[in-house]
Design a protein around this ligand. Structure first.
Ligand SMILES: [Zn+2]
Length: 210
C-alpha cells in the first residue's frame, strides 16, 4: 500500500469515528433532555400534591379532592404517598369505600414501615367501621315496608283530592317574571283523582300531559 492510500484510509476511519462520536453525543443530549422533562414533571406533581395535602389538612376536603383527582388524571403511575393522602381525604368526604380502597393500597405498598403506615391503619379502621355502619343502614332501609309498595283503598267514593294541586286544579310555578298559573298536570282540571290514578301518582307512575 502506498503512503497516499494509507493516508486516505486513515482519514476515512477518522471521519467515521467522528460521525459515531457525534451521534453518541446527540443521543446523550436527548437522554439528558428527557431526564430533565421527567424531573420537571415529578417536581410539578410533588408541588400539586403538597398543595392538595395542605388543603386537606386545613379542612378544605372538597378542594383537596378536586386537586387529588386532577393529579391522578395526569400521572402514569401513582406515588405511594398519594394513595395515603387521597384515602385519608376521602374519609372526611364520607366516601368510606373509596377511603378503604386507597388506604389498603398504601399498606400493601409500604407495609408497617412506611412514613404513614400507622396513620393509614388508624384511618383504615375508622373507614371500615363507618362503611360497616353504612351497610347496616342500607340493609335496614331495604327491609322497610313503604306505602308505595301497596295499593291504597280510597274509600267508597273512589276519588281522592288531587295531592298535586290540593283540589284547586291549578299549580303555581315561579319563574323570572313572577307567578305563572298552569293547569294541574296530575288531575286534568278536575281537582281530584280516581283511585287508580292516585295509586299511580304515589308510585310516580302517573303520566299525564303537562
Ligand atoms: Zn290536580
Amino acid at each position: 500500500m502506498t503512503a497516499k492510500r494509507t493516508l486516505i484510509v486513515w482519514m476515512l476511519m477518522l471521519g467515521a469515528s467522528q460521525v459515531f462520536a457525534q451521534s453518541q453525543a446527540e443521543k446523550d443530549k436527548i437522554r439528558e433532555l428527557e431526564l430533565q422533562r421527567q424531573m420537571e414533571r415529578t417536581r410539578k406533581i410533588t408541588m400539586q400534591m403538597d398543595s392538595a395535602v395542605r388543603l386537606s389538612e386545613e379542612g378544605h376536603y372538597e378542594a383537596a379532592d378536586v386537586k387529588f383527582r386532577a393529579i391522578l388524571k395526569t400521572i402514569r403511575s401513582v406515588p405511594s404517598d398519594l394513595t395515603f393522602h387521597f384515602g385519608k381525604n376521602s374519609f372526611f368526604l364520607g366516601k368510606y369505600r373509596q377511603s378503604v380502597d386507597w388506604l389498603n393500597k398504601y399498606i400493601q405498598l409500604k407495609g408497617t414501615q412506611g412514613q404513614y403506615s400507622d396513620q393509614a391503619m388508624e384511618w383504615l379502621a375508622k373507614a371500615e367501621s363507618e362503611l360497616l355502619k353504612e351497610n347496616e343502614k342500607e340493609a335496614k332501609r331495604a327491609a322497610e315496608v313503604l306505602s308505595g309498595d301497596y295499593y291504597i283503598d280510597c274509600g267508597p267514593t273512589g276519588k281522592v283530592v288531587c295531592p298535586t294541586c290540593k283540589g284547586s286544579a291549578v299549580i303555581v310555578k315561579k319563574n323570572y317574571f313572577g307567578d305563572v298559573y298552569k293547569t294541574c298536570p296530575s288531575c286534568n282540571k278536575l281537582g281530584y283523582l280516581s283511585c287508580d290514578d292516585y295509586n299511580k301518582l304515589l308510585k310516580g307512575k302517573l303520566n299525564k300531559a303537562e
